[in-house]
Design a protein around this ligand. Structure first.
Ligand SMILES: Cc1cc2nc3c(=O)[nH]c(=O)nc-3n(C[C@H](O)[C@H](O)[C@H](O)COP(=O)(O)OP(=O)(O)OC[C@H]3O[C@@H](n4cnc5c(N)ncnc54)[C@H](O)[C@@H]3O)c2cc1C
Length: 556
């Protein structure tokens, strides 16, 4: 190793999900670590996110008596992700390692003083499959008083959720009109907020809480950070990665890494050229990832011969844009809308084409696939007055008067009959009427014969637990009727470089690029082409970060 301006034991590129977890493993072994981040903020999209990690067989499930095991988790992962030969990121060995090491990674974080917990009920997204869990396998951070970060507070990538409440409490709030539990939770939230103000605390939630806690632990453990320092190049000597080159004050600066370099630089959601190449028909304008998600480190690893996989995959998130929101950093997501009773999704020929209750990844994939046969981007959410009275829409409260500009701009279409609504959105009225009548027939018999919507626990979880018979099925029968365009946005890409069960980056011929590890959505996902449950992006970022550091230390 020669010619470096600085040298550390371990260098991490990007400060997202698994970076600080990996760094903590290294610090525990007494090794020096530098995390290099190109934006001014630490935490990545992981800090902006829900902060949910999908960790099978975790200690909190055991604590709460929720059935799970290594075998059950593997049965599920094999059922949803296994048996394919087009997912190099998701080999059997990697899936097995994920399940095994995920449990340990959580134990490690808890031992490091990171306060974690589980969400009591968030079903796996294919809970009906063998090994699926209805209660779910989520791990989240407890609320975090961000003031504890002191001067580092300003450095943390902000989260968009401002309520001082855990995610599960927030999700229940929408039923405030229907449920005493939700009313009580609202009171609890108000009291918590007042209490915090009086005691000089400021609680943050979701991904902010997770990454805030990780940053606090990392700083305490002596991890070093450098922000606004984009990594431009990997430095390679004798086919081994020995460091990285960044730009400091306009000049190249070379940083050496004795034990290895971990790339955790996110995906390529903001890189339209890469999207056009690998995911035609998708748009960088429809992503909720942070601005740093531009894919150059994936390209840099490719330049050095790294194999790539699953580049066509993204974690879709259905979106719709009320006037003035198109350029918001966090764009309105309408996932719960079309899975709620009294709402369906149709393509531009007026036909329903999927279970609107599926995972957001499957949903948006369904839209893009449909669009190859029938125009379906955008598709139309069709709702009736029963929906409007009971459910939130694009941030507006149930039953509230919708802003006039929603109608003037064409964001929300309204008509007294389905035929008139169809004309407004340029769909054959007879086709839309037939679709709605067919769906209403399924509602009457309480089963969606076309797509089984509402059969599995996850669909019903997305729906309304207070709705009679089926939480996801309700007729579209009470005028006026409404339509809203829905597009396949995303919360991240899901393909990248191929890594082995030790998180080492592989070449096309399967050989290891020595000294180079990768995690997070810079890699081809261990989950293959599906999203098994909430947290299947942040979870793997942490787990492979943990695995990489242990391997670099010679521990695995
Ligand atoms: C609103 C929202 C909610 C979400 N909720 C969840 C959830 O609850 N659970 C879940 O699993 N997923 C969720 N996702 C998706 C998930 O957040 C991301 O897929 C995940 O955070 C990616 O983590 P990562 O560690 O791979 O990358 P990131 O957390 O994005 O970190 C990558 C970092 O690398 C930096 N970087 C990039 N290039 C360079 C470079 N050249 N040099 C230096 N630094 C660089 C970036 O600036 C960034 O800070 C959500 C996403 C959004 C937008």
């Amino acid at each position: 190793m020669s010619g470096f301006d600085e040298t550390y034991d371990y260098v991490v590129v990007g400060s997202g999900g698994g970076s600080m977890c990996s760094a903590l493993v290294m610090r525990q072994a007494g090794k020096s670590v530098l995390v290099i981040e190109k934006t001014p903020h630490i935490g990545g999209t992981s800090a902006r996110s829900g902060g949910v990690m999908w960790i099978p067989n975790n200690r909190f499930m055991k604590r709460d008596g929720v059935e799970d095991s290594f075998e059950k988790s593997m049965t599920y992962l094999e059922a949803v992700s296994g048996g394919r030969n087009d997912t190099p990121g998701s080999t059997y060995e990697r899936r097995r390692t994920y399940v095994e090491q995920g449990t340990r990674m959580v134990d490690f974080l808890v031992d490091q003083g990171i306060k974690l917990n589980r969400i009591a009920y968030w079903p796996d997204y294919y809970d009906e499959m063998p090994g699926g869990s209805q209660q779910g396998r989520t791990v989240v951070a407890e609320l975090f008083n961000v003031n504890e970060l002191g001067p580092w507070k300003e450095k943390l990538q902000p989260n968009f959720m401002t309520l001082m409440a855990p995610l599960d409490e927030m999700l229940k709030l929408q039923y405030i009109k229907k449920s005493w539990e939700a009313k009580k939770l609202a009171v609890k939230m108000v009291l918590r907020t007042i209490g915090a103000k009086l005691t000089g605390k400021h609680f943050i939630t979701a991904g902010g809480a997770l990454q805030g806690r990780m940053l606090q632990a990392a700083v305490k453990a002596g991890v070093e950070f450098r922000t606004e320092a984009p990594v431009r190049e990997l430095i390679i000597e004798d086919r081994t990665v020995t460091g990285v080159a960044i730009i400091v004050d306009g000049k190249p600066f070379r940083i050496g890494a004795r034990l290895g370099v971990l790339i955790n630089a996110g995906g390529f959601s903001h890189n339209q050229a890469m999207r056009d190449q690998y995911q035609p028909g998708t748009s960088a304008k429809w992503t909720n990832t942070i601005e740093g998600d531009t894919g150059e480190m994936i390209q840099e690893m490719m330049r050095h011969g790294a194999a790539i996989g699953q580049m066509e995959e993204m974690v879709g998130n259905q979106m719709s844009f009320p006037p003035g929101t198109a350029n918001d950093p966090v764009k309105p997501v309408v996932q719960g809308v079309t899975a709620s009773p009294h709402c369906i999704l149709v393509d531009q020929s007026g036909v329903r084409y999927m279970n609107e209750g599926g995972s957001y990844m499957a949903y948006c994939k369904g839209m893009l696939e449909r669009n190859r046969e029938v125009p379906a981007v955008p598709s139309w959410a069709i709702m009736d007055q029963q929906f409007m009275k009971q459910y939130m829409l694009a941030g507006s409260m149930p039953g509230s008067k919708k802003p006039a500009e929603w109608f003037e701009s064409g964001f929300l279409k309204k008509a007294d009959s389905i035929e008139e609504l169809a004309a407004l959105i340029k769909i054959d009225p007879a086709a839309l009427v037939a679709t709605v009548e067919r769906f209403n027939g399924f509602v009457a018999k309480n089963h969606d014969d076309d797509f089984n919507r509402g059969d599995r626990a996850y669909d019903r979880w997305l729906g309304d637990p207070f709705h009679p018979k089926n939480a996801s099925l309700g007729s579209i029968s009470e005028g006026p009727f409404y339509a809203m365009a829905v597009v396949p946005g995303d919360v991240g890409t899901y393909g990248g470089v191929v890594t082995d069960p030790q998180a080492r980056v592989l070449r096309e011929d399967g050989s290891v690029i020595e000294g180079l590890y990768a995690t997070g959505i810079s890699t081809a996902s261990v989950m293959g082409r599906v999203y098994p449950g909430a947290g299947a992006s942040v979870g793997p970022s942490f787990v492979w970060g943990y695995v990489a550091a242990r391997h670099a230390l010679g521990a695995t």
